[in-house]
Structure formats: C-alpha cells, structure tokens
Design a protein. Structure first.
Lengths: 65, 144
C-alpha cells in the first residue's frame, strides 16, 4: 500500500529516528513504511494519522489489486 | 531491586546450585549407572539454562536502572510490530519445514529398523506438535 508518510515527515522537518521514537516503533519500520514494503497494523495506522493530524485515508492510498 | 532483578537473582542462585549438584552427582556418585549419568547431564543443562536466563535478566535490570533511555529503545525494538511480524512469519515457515522434515525422519528411522519404542517416541512428539497446532488454531478461531 502506498502512503505519503515520507512527504509528511519531511514537511514536519523531522528525521526517521524522531518519528520512530514518537510512534514507538523502530527506525527500520519507518523506513519500510515509507518505501511501501510494510503495511502497518490498524493501531499503528491510527497512531500515524493522529500524529500527523490527518485521516488514515489521507495518508494511505488504497489500490485495488 | 526491581522484580526482574529479583527473579534474575533467584534464577542465578538456582542455576548455580543445579550445576554444582549435577557435577557432584557426576563425579562423586560412583557406578556406571546410566540413569545417574542422564539425570546429572539433564540437571547440568537445565542449570546452565537457568543461569544464562538469570544473568540475562540481571543485565536487563542493570541497564534499566543505569540507562532508562537505552532500555526504552530496547523495548521499542523488542515490541516493534514489524519485528514481531517478521519473527512470526519466520517461525511459521520453519514450522512448515519441520513438519516435512519430521515425516522424512520418521520414514528414514523406520527404514533403518530402529527400536520400535524409539520410533514411537518420535511419532508421539510429531503428533503432539500437530495436535498443539490444531488446538491453537481452534482457540484462535473462537477468539478472532
């Protein structure tokens, strides 16, 4: 699933480590999320949307297979 | 001392006691008794396991006290959902492989005409693993 986490993080001017700390996940998880290699759990998706103050569907782009 | 530290101390004490007790049995209880040898080796292994676990817990308790920030990072790394997911997937793949390997080993052992009791022990272990898998599946079907 594609997402705009990297874009949002850069807009906020924070590093992957800082975002990882705020979301209580590893830096590698943030990297994988940004590359679209890993789809987060619904809890993490909510945490991310809350952190950026956006709706989940504004951050994650659902593509039908 | 934290709970983790207390448990660690108890495990280290029990571990040292078991290792010493097994060494005592091994070196001082005379005779070629196979049971004594098996028991002493088992206690020795178990004792070392507990000792290792205890030392690990003590070390974690020491880090938690000395460097809480490092401990927080460690906990994040340990509870990270991607790491957990990777670990679970790897275990699932290894389990699938184990099922095939167990079957092959059973056939090979049967061809080698090993003692039927030994064969049944391996078969029982195989069946326990499969039953446990089934029980967990049924439990999860109900819960999820």
């Amino acid at each position: 699933m594609k997402n705009i986490i990297e874009e949002l993080r850069k807009q906020k001017g924070i590093r992957q480590e800082e975002l990882a700390m705020a979301l209580e996940v590893s830096r590698q998880t943030i990297g994988s999320l940004e590359n679209g290699r890993y789809n987060p759990s619904i809890q993490l998706a909510f945490k991310i949307s809350k952190y950026f103050g956006l709706k989940i569907e504004d951050i994650f782009i659902y593509e039908e297979e | 001392m934290s709970d983790k530290g207390r448990v660690g101390t108890v495990l280290v004490i029990v571990g040292v006691f078991l290792v010493l007790a097994s060494m005592f049995v091994f070196f001082f209880v005379k005779g070629e008794n196979f049971t004594y040898t098996v028991i002493s080796f088992s206690i020795f292994g178990g004792g070392f396991g507990l000792l290792g676990d205890g030392l690990g817990r003590l070390n974690m308790a020491r880090i938690a006290k000395k460097d809480p920030e490092k401990m927080k990072e460690f906990n994040i790394e340990r509870n990270d959902e991607r790491n957990i997911s990777i670990d679970e997937k790897a275990r699932a793949k290894a389990f699938s492989l184990m099922i095939y390997l167990f079957s092959i080993v059973l056939v090979v052992l049967a061809i080698m005409r090993i003692d039927i009791k030994a064969l049944f022990i391996v078969l029982a272990a195989y069946m326990i693993v499969l039953m446990y898998c089934l029980i967990i599946k049924l439990k999860l079907y109900r819960e999820m």
